[in-house]
Design a protein around this ligand. Sequence first.
Ligand code: HEM
Ligand code: NAG
Ligand code: NAG
Ligand code: NAG
Ligand code: NAG
Ligand code: NAG
Ligand code: NAG
Ligand code: NAG
Length: 329
Amino acid sequence: MSTFGLALFVFCILGIFINASHAQLQHNFYAKSCPKAEKIIEDYVHKHIPKAPSLAAALLRLHFHDCFVRGCDGSVLLNFTLSTKNQTEKVAIPNQTLRGFSFIDGVKKIVEAECPGVVSCADIVTLVARDSVVVTGGPFWNVPTGRRDGKISNASEALANIPPPTSNLSSLQTSFANKGLDLKDLVLLSGAHTIGVSHCSSFSTRLYNFTGVLGTQDPSLDSEYASNLKGKKCKSINDNTTIVEMDPGSFRTFDLSYYKLLLKRRGLFQSDAALTTSATTKSFINQLVKGSLEEFNTEFAKAMEKMGKIEVKTGSAGEIRKQCAFVNK
Ligand code: HEM
Ligand SMILES: *[C@@H]1O[C@H](CO)[C@@H](O)[C@H](O)[C@H]1NC(C)=O
Ligand SMILES: *[C@@H]1O[C@H](CO)[C@@H](O)[C@H](O)[C@H]1NC(C)=O
Ligand SMILES: *[C@@H]1O[C@H](CO)[C@@H](O)[C@H](O)[C@H]1NC(C)=O
Ligand SMILES: *[C@@H]1O[C@H](CO)[C@@H](O)[C@H](O)[C@H]1NC(C)=O
Ligand SMILES: *[C@@H]1O[C@H](CO)[C@@H](O)[C@H](O)[C@H]1NC(C)=O
Ligand SMILES: *[C@@H]1O[C@H](CO)[C@@H](O)[C@H](O)[C@H]1NC(C)=O
Ligand SMILES: CC(=O)N[C@H]1CO[C@H](CO)[C@@H](O)[C@@H]1O
């Protein structure tokens, strides 16, 4: 081989190497390997979510919990197995109310039938979250694909990375900053609470035990709303089964009313209320409420695109799981 040939050869190998380590998400990553994948997923969501509308919110939340622990790598889907010996993210407290796992398994099954071993569970979660939001009347956003599935899922990491509903603004800011998200992203992404439900146990200390003395209530929660919740929904501090609409009246519709409620001191969690406690975040909320739904939709979509890129595994990292609940053997 000539010196030139050798140099070219080395250059190419180097190029491949650099390319692999810098592999990025791509628009329509499966165009050649599984051209129908994204359409199959979209059709499945559009067909099934209207029959089980409460799942739309659950699937959006699943994506958030996935991305905040080890990046958007499908680790939230992994089941505890005897061989792993470890408790997985699912079992951690914030995940005990997660739903939608069998829906994801259902999508994976038909995608596998079309192209076995090609489409990652991480991409499925991301695409399903986007398509579910569309079904609730929310925005569409671009989902570049090519995420690979992680092999590790660790319950204590979920606890450390998913902010609890009792969070104040500075801890929310820190936990979002740890994922490359700023205060504006925090306000926008919290807008996801315009759809879905919560268990009483996620906020009942605000109603019954706020200062650690039974009978005390969070003064930052509108007292009329609090009485209503106590009288009609969360009748005791121990109620861990009743569910409450987070955006009462339009909990299945993607709209601005979550932010309107925040300004009326009717956000359900302390973490929701916390968004009104700084001038910066409060002004974002005011702008959203004064603006159009279109504007919120556009901004929300941008924040979701950003969230969907957190610490993704690409190129040859991770794997393409055969079953979303299990690491490949
Ligand atoms: C800012 C920090 C956040 C906190 C502290 C938080 C906390 C919670 C809690 C405690 C619940 C109720 C769980 C239950 O009791 O059943 C919930 C529900 C939900 N969260 Fe968040 N969340 C946050 C951010 C987000 C983000 C960024 C998204 C998505 C972009 C999201 C989407 C949802 C959805 C859609 C539901 C309803 C789930 C259902 O109906 O099953 N949340 N969240
Ligand atoms: C994963 O575990 C849950 C219970 O934690 C169970 O309901 C589900 O069927 C399991 N998934 C699979 C694919 O075995
Ligand atoms: C379980 O723990 C071991 C040892 O800490 C770790 O190497 C492995 O990746 C963990 N497995 C999962 C699925 O988290
Ligand atoms: C899970 O993560 C925690 C906190 O990062 C770490 O201390 C622990 O060793 C991990 N557990 C396993 C089994 O890997
Ligand atoms: C916010 O919460 C964190 C964690 O619980 C706590 O350490 C911090 O003091 C709180 N900050 C404010 C301003 O209350
Ligand atoms: C009320 O809060 C205190 C302090 O956090 C706690 O020790 C106590 O167990 C709580 N009571 C109930 C009934 O949850
Ligand atoms: C809910 O509360 C009941 C009674 O206090 C308890 O037995 C049960 O384990 C709780 N369930 C969960 C999921 O915490
Ligand atoms: C979906 C899921 O795996 N949920 C689990 C959350 O944690 C509780 C308690 O450990 C389990 O019983 C659930 O199966």
